[in-house]
Design a protein around this ligand. Structure first.
Ligand SMILES: [Zn+2]
Length: 284
């Protein structure tokens, strides 16, 4: 039995469905509310759908931006983590360079030559260093320091023995007859008999023995076409073909051969031509 009075919205009611020509008929049972408010229901459904789509799009884009900013933060964090590593590399390269320059300076001071100092200024080291190229510049300087050290140790720098120059390179009066002039192919360094003579550069002993007017004599071959000769020695302490480092003791001062007293006759030749050893000595 149906209740009298107002129809409930959820209660089904029977609807007679007729086709266009009323040739067939169907009876459908539909809720009363649906029949009454179908337009509003469809509108509500559309509104809800639009709202859901907008909400989904909003959250998706929000997530996208969150993802992007998290990626950016992660890459910044990675860079920040790498920064100390980069600084460590720069610092170790700087230390390497300092070490190499110290090595060059130690070498030079052993050879009696002034220290090399790196002074900043126009075109100097400090001007060229900028954040991005710092490692590259340091690598370059390290390379230069290496080749500087290599070149320096191959060039006969400084004195083979400490002492005053008693005769310079070039034309001089004959020290024996005191008459006339003669060409002096090297320099004479005054020193006591027996004082040690050291090689001013690394090289290979070409000759060690008696050589006419030079008396007991040593000739050393260096890189880049250099040869050095040490004359009037009282003792020879190297053998032919021996490889020696800079500072190696090659013999002792004497007065053998054509000599007026104990001194070292020191010659430098380059590609077979005698050059002034004074150019390689401090203060000369
Ligand atoms: Zn001489």
């Amino acid at each position: 039995m149906k209740k009298k009075g107002r129809q409930s919205l959820s209660e089904p009611i029977n609807v007679l469905v007729l086709d266009q020509h009323a040739s067939s008929e169907k009876i459908k049972s539909v809720p009363y509310g649906l029949l009454l408010y179908w337009r509003r229901l469809i509108l509500a459904f559309i509104c809800l759908s639009v709202f859901l789509i907008v909400a989904v799009l909003f959250f998706a884009s929000h997530n996208y931006f969150l993802l992007k900013s998290s990626e950016r933060l992660q890459s910044e964090l990675k860079e920040a983590r790498e920064y100390p590593k980069q600084m460590e590399t720069v610092q170790s390269k700087m230390q390497e360079l300092e070490g190499k320059m110290e090595k060059v300076n130690t070498y030079l001071s052993k050879r009696g030559i002034e220290r090399v100092t790196a002074e900043g200024g126009q075109g100097g080291l400090s001007e060229e260093l900028t954040g991005d190229n710092i490692e590259e510049v340091l690598d370059q300087y390290n390379f230069y320091a290496d080749s500087l050290h290599r070149d320096l140790s191959n060039v006969p720098l400084g004195y083979p023995i400490q002492g005053p120059l008693t005769s310079v390179f070039g034309i001089r009066s004959n020290p024996f007859s005191k008459r006339g002039i003669e060409a002096h192919g090297g320099v004479d360094i005054k020193a006591k008999r027996g004082a040690v003579v050291k090689a001013p550069a690394q090289g290979k002993v070409l000759f060690a023995g008696w050589k006419g007017g030079y008396g007991r004599c040593v000739v050393i071959e260096h890189d880049k076409g250099f040869e050095t000769l040490y004359g009037h020695l009282s003792a020879i302490q190297v053998k032919p073909h021996q490889m020696i480092d800079a500072g190696h003791i090659i013999g002792k001062v004497g007065s053998t051969g054509r000599s007026t007293g104990p001194h070292l006759h020191y010659e430098i030749t380059r590609h077979g031509k005698k050059i002034n050893p004074g150019l390689f000595l401090k203060d000369h």
